[in-house]
Design a protein around this ligand. Structure first.
Ligand SMILES: [Zn+2]
Ligand SMILES: [Zn+2]
Length: 97
């Protein structure tokens, strides 16, 4: 039963088979503080991470934070940076790190 950040605030959602909350930390424009996104995730990061058993980063990502790099392949902001793609929209992520 994950906690999600929805428009109404932090919500404890009951149920099973729910997507994990988005794990991206970023600076909220409204508060100026760095916080976890916590929006319901739509994707998992496909970036390489050998520290994980799966071999991929697997960070849960919401629509806002998933960057599509190919068919059914998405990267979190951290992996996108190490991916080294010059991305015209990378300005969206400059507040992270
Ligand atoms: Zn997010
Ligand atoms: Zn990642």
């Amino acid at each position: 039963m994950p906690f999600y950040r929805l428009k109404t605030g932090i919500v404890h959602v009951k149920g099973t088979r729910l997507p994990a909350p988005c794990s991206v930390r970023f600076c909220w424009p409204t508060t100026g503080k760095e916080q976890d996104c916590m929006a319901p995730s739509a994707y998992l990061c496909d970036g390489a991470n050998e520290a994980n058993r799966s071999g991929t980063c697997d960070a849960p990502l919401c629509e806002l934070h998933a960057r599509q790099i190919g068919p059914n392949r998405h990267l979190c902001p951290t992996c996108l940076q190490s991916h080294g793609d010059s991305d015209p929209q990378s300005g969206l992520f400059t507040s992270i790190v």
